[in-house]
Design a protein around this ligand. Sequence first.
Ligand code: HEC
Length: 164
Amino acid sequence: MAAAALVIFFIVAGAGVAFVAFSGGPGRAREAYLTGGRRFFRIVLPLLYLGVGIAVPAVVIASRHSAEGGVGTLAGKQGTKQVQRGKMLFRQTCASCHSLAAVNARGVTGPNLDQIGQVTRQRVLNALRIGGTGDGRMPAGLLTGANAHAVATFVSSVAGRGNP
Ligand code: HEC
């Protein structure tokens, strides 16, 4: 964003300098613009301002968009903070035991989460609370509270969908 603002600043400054130079000095430039001595500038300058008026908001909107989604499967889809957090927590806490294509996890201790049928938020939360299906092979309570919810939201939104 700062870079874009800088570029626009230079475009405007450059246009101003060109205007002054073409018109034969600051005094003449002012005169030319005000009296309409040169039709060229009367047409070009408004167009220029119009262009900047469109370019600035466009750049602002574009850069805000790219900041939100991040990269990978989630870009543009579920770019919420919770999902991003869940992704990070999954890498830290779950990837050692589970495979999940969305984060290129290759754990083999537990089942491949892309291949256990439908994975809902509730199923993940449940697995976290009781430890897998409760037969003691997955530790219970690995994550709790907001962390558990973040991972559940993330996993349920990507499991079984591969990594396009
Ligand atoms: C120490 C290895 C290990 C870790 C770490 C681990 N799991 Fe598991 N997980 C397992 C095993 C083993 C199973 C299968 C055992 C079972 O189904 O009871 C399992 C099963 C599951 C299931 C399937 C439950 C079902 O309904 O069939 C889900 C979902 C799951 N884990 C999610 C996670 C998440 C999310 C994390 C990270 C917070 C995680 N696991 C961390 C070993 C692990």
